[in-house]
Design a protein around this ligand. Structure first.
Ligand SMILES: [Zn+2]
Length: 360
């Protein structure tokens, strides 16, 4: 019997440079650990998507217009140059510090009202841009960061040109990166860049639907005061002790002209398909009210039961159903976020994307 592959015709946008980011672990609670945001994630995904019949296409290089609309030029410059500065400073060769890790953070409490400076020492300056100790930069990091943003923009181009759906295999992920800072294993906000690209291509209203297990504090922050880009997220409750700890609460509804265009649905640890899909319905109602022309999905599959990074218990059937429900809302640009259980990662993403195609 001949069956049609699950993802036949779906454009998967990818660039091999995404493999060049090797964080080499993370410093978590003061201890260097192996880390889970590894290059193998992308390899596993690529294999599964190819096996499911998706059409893999290379990303193409983009200018900075969308990027600089959602990120400070100073952050982009820092990410593009910090490894060279680290090397030139001898941190790696003379001191054995093989990755860029911040150690001092100019928090509001430290500055106590003083103006922000740009410290002379590279090791002093990193904390101005990086808000945690687990988001490391190494030799090929910038090439991967840049390639991931290009993949997101290329997928947005395809949908702007009429494709009902496209998927960007972005690595590193992006939704924790704010306008000014990186963290949470994210450097540039790929989903925000995709949303902004769609806006520049003529979409008047864009909705970002974030189904990663964690709150996308970066995406929320970037669009918090904008009425034209809605952000809705279902995630494990930061109030129950989960990253990003400082954002992701239900009362965060947007500011200024963006009031009402932000929705958080924090979920109790242990939430499975039922509660998760119920929360998605709240976001779907918002997206319909918002009148979005196009949807960007922050497709993290770390809400799955087997994932080591979250206590949510979503199944691959749940991901397939979520895909269908989102696909029914309009054209979709899916952007890869988290998902760290290598044995199940590919199947989960294929299930979600298959759902999006079925729902479209
Ligand atoms: Zn996550």
């Amino acid at each position: 019997m001949i069956t049609t592959p699950a993802l036949a015709g779906l454009p998967v946008v990818w660039h091999a440079d995404c493999l060049r980011h090797e964080p080499g672990g993370e410093v978590w609670l003061g201890v260097w650990e192996t880390g889970t945001e590894v290059p193998d994630r992308a390899t596993v995904l690529l294999d599964a998507l190819t096996a499911a019949g998706a059409a893999v296409t290379d990303s193409r290089s983009h200018g900075n217009e969308a990027l600089l609309a959602v990120h400070d030029a100073e952050l982009v410059e820092h990410l593009a140059t910090v490894w060279a500065q680290w090397e030139a400073g001898g941190y790696a060769s003379e001191h054995g510090r093989t990755r860029v890790v911040p150690y001092v953070f100019p928090t509001p409490g430290m500055l106590s009202g003083l103006a922000m400076r740009s410290p002379a020492a590279t090791h002093g300056r990193v904390g101005k841009f990086c808000y945690d100790t687990m988001t490391l930069v190494g030799p090929g990091s910038w090439e991967a960061i840049n390639a991931a943003a290009d993949a997101a923009m290329t997928a947005a181009d395809l949908v702007a040109a009429g494709a009902p759906a496209a998927y960007a295999l972005c690595r590193p992920p992006g939704h924790h990166a704010t306008r000014h800072a990186y963290g949470g294993s994210c450097y540039l906000n790929n989903a925000a860049v995709a949303a902004q690209s769609l806006h520049l291509a003529g979409a008047e209203r864009v909705a970002v639907v974030d189904i990663d297990a964690h709150h996308g504090n970066g995406t929320q922050a970037i669009f918090y005061d904008r009425p034209d880009v809605y952000y809705g997220s279902l995630h494990v409750d930061p109030g129950a002790g989960w990253f990003p700890h400082y954002a992701g609460y239900a009362q965060e509804r947007g500011s200024a002209a963006g009031v009402g265009a932000n929705r958080n649905l924090p979920l109790a640890p242990g939430t499975g398909d039922g509660g998760w899909l119920e929360a998605l319905e709240v976001i779907r109602a918002d997206v319909r009210n918002h009148g979005a022309d196009v949807i960007v999905v922050s497709l993290g599959v770390d809400a799955a039961a087997a994932d080591p990074e979250s206590p949510l218990q979503v199944t691959s059937t749940g991901y397939a159903r979520a895909g269908e429900l989102i696909g029914a809302l309009g054209p979709v640009v899916a952007v890869q976020e988290g998902g760290y259980d290598l044995p199940s990662l590919g199947g989960l993403v294929v299930a979600a994307l298959g759902g999006i195609l079925a729902g479209a």
